[in-house]
Design a protein around this ligand. Structure first.
Ligand code: HAX
Length: 441
């Protein structure tokens, strides 16, 4: 058995036994109460699932297995001479809860290189789509098309014992993650570069090879990709792409179907598509104002006009966070360190000063601060990647690391089919009436 799989087997079996006795002894312990606002309000904050790979604190932001993003930048292995963490290391950490050694990270890179062959029919499926098909539609389609090679689906059909579900899910997860950069780069080159594809360079790490196949030159862009693919990977289990992956997986749909479900959720403008919407909004503002260097007052007026038109300010607000997103701050740190004198990045930073007080002034926005999507587009534009519709695909490639490692955990811990209870508004009315009657008696 491979070393990562071996460690995962040991750790997950130990936790499974622990959970079993926990539920036997304390299974009826109350951990939450749900109020009507949450029932109608997107289940905000309801504790109803377990997600081992990361946890989100409203003020501190995301912690992957307990480590913050700045801590991970120090602790995770890097390429020799490099400053940004390798996402291979984060995957190892999320899967087994240990910071890997450089050798272990190299092992993951090698595994993903070996497993990265994309089936020929996936390229044909992509080529059959109109070239202006949104890249997220292409990504989701390509992922489902690779389901033909699912180890889980094949072994399930052969009568696999349920104790082996995690093993087959691990195999699918490793294969799928390994192939994503090739598929994503293929989508980019066919959509924006006349189908002039770039062959993989197997001497490179997962992110650098992706950067290479995209055709964006330079060591700094490779560094950006390492950071980008690390910080977008996971945001606990309740966010829409994670939860969708989890829900689909709970039916014993394999990693391919599950990830495609997650990607379809990521493609919404209130979630991952916000990175495309932010940069579109910024350029529309600059065009409207007729300047590349707007003043803070000009930005303020434009923000107010966006709100007056009944639209949200993309890249701002969050369902859980109540502080500037550490992923935004990390990208700002990257830009300060690697990029100097960029007008578009200056606009992002001015927005950071101008927008929060305006949103705060509305009195209803619970978090006026920037989220992860407020910064990424401007950095990509700086490096010459100006195809905004592609940005969510980059997010998706990264998000696969978190949601698929969590899927391995779900199968290893034997989590059941997810099936919450829904009610009708009539049921709610009657429930409230009954409560009033019993309170008056
Ligand atoms: N601009 C204007 N209004 C906003 C707002 C924003 N950026 N963020 C929240 N609001 C509004 C909501 O629309 C809501 O208004 P109504 O009551 O009139 O419907 C009110 O403030 C309360 O919302 P909330 O409780 O603060 O926020 P939610 O948990 O409901 O929603 C969202 C969180 C992220 C969806 C929201 O902040 C938003 O729409 N932001 C803009 C889109 C965006 O950046 N999405 C990416 C989020 C991060 C992510 O998932 N990345 O992938």
């Amino acid at each position: 058995m491979d070393p990562l799989k071996q460690k995962f087997a040991e750790k997950s079996q130990a936790l499974k036994a622990q959970i079993k006795s926990l539920l036997k002894e304390r299974g009826d312990t109350k951990v939450d109460e749900v109020v009507l606002r949450q029932v109608f309000g997107g289940m905000r904050g309801v504790k109803s699932m377990v997600w081992e790979t990361s946890q989100l604190d409203p003020n501190d932001g995301i912690r992957f297995r307990g480590y913050s993003i700045p801590e991970l930048r120090d602790l995770l292995p890097k390429v020799p001479g490099g400053k940004e963490p390798l996402p291979e290391g984060l995957f190892w950490l999320m899967l087994i809860g240990e910071i890997p050694t450089p050798e272990q990270v190299k092992w993951v890179t090698d595994q993903w290189t070996r497993r990265s062959i994309v089936p020929e029919h996936t390229f044909k499926v992509l080529d059959s789509l109109p070239v202006d098909t949104h890249p997220m539609t292409q990504l989701s389609t390509a992922i489902v098309s690779m389901q033909t090679g699912s180890v889980f689906a094949r072994r399930y059909a052969e009568g696999m014992n349920k104790s082996e579900y995690w093993d087959a899910t691990y195999e699918d997860t490793m294969n799928l993650i390994a192939r994503l950069p090739r598929v994503a780069a293929y989508i980019y080159r066919r959509t924006y570069h006349g189908g002039k594809h770039i062959a993989p360079d197997i001497s490179l790490d997962w992110s650098a090879n992706f950067a290479h196949m995209l055709g964006v030159e330079g060591e700094d862009f490779k560094s950006l990709m390492r950071l980008y693919l690390t910080i977008h990977a996971d945001h606990e289990g309740g966010n829409a792409s994670a939860h969708a992956t989890h829900l689909v997986g709970s039916t014993l749909s394999d990693s391919y179907f599950s990830l495609a479900g997650g990607m379809n959720a990521l493609a919404g403008p209130l979630h991952g598509l916000a990175n495309q919407e932010v940069i579109k909004w910024i350029f529309r503002m600059l065009d409207t104002l007729g300047t590349r260097r707007p003043t803070k007052d000009q930005i303020k007026d434009y923000v107010n006009s966006t709100l007056a038109a009944g639209k949200v300010i993309p890249g701002y607000g969050h369902a859980v966070l109540r502080q500037p997103d550490p992923r935004f701050i990390e990208q700002k740190r990257f830009a300060q360190e690697y990029i100097h004198g960029s007008e578009i990045i200056d606009v992002v930073w001015k927005c950071f000063e101008v927008i929060p007080p305006i949103l705060q002034g509305l009195g209803k926005v619970k978090n006026p601060w920037p989220n992860v999507d407020a910064h990424s587009g401007a950095i990509l534009v700086h490096y010459g990647m100006k195809e905004f519709s592609y940005y969510t695909v980059l997010f998706g490639v990264s998000r696969a690391l978190g949601v698929l490692s969590a899927l391995c955990w779900s199968r290893a811990l034997g989590f059941p089919l997810e099936r919450p209870k829904s009610v009708t508004t009539k049921w709610v009315m009657e429930y409230l009436e009954k409560q009033e009657v019993s309170a008056n008696n």
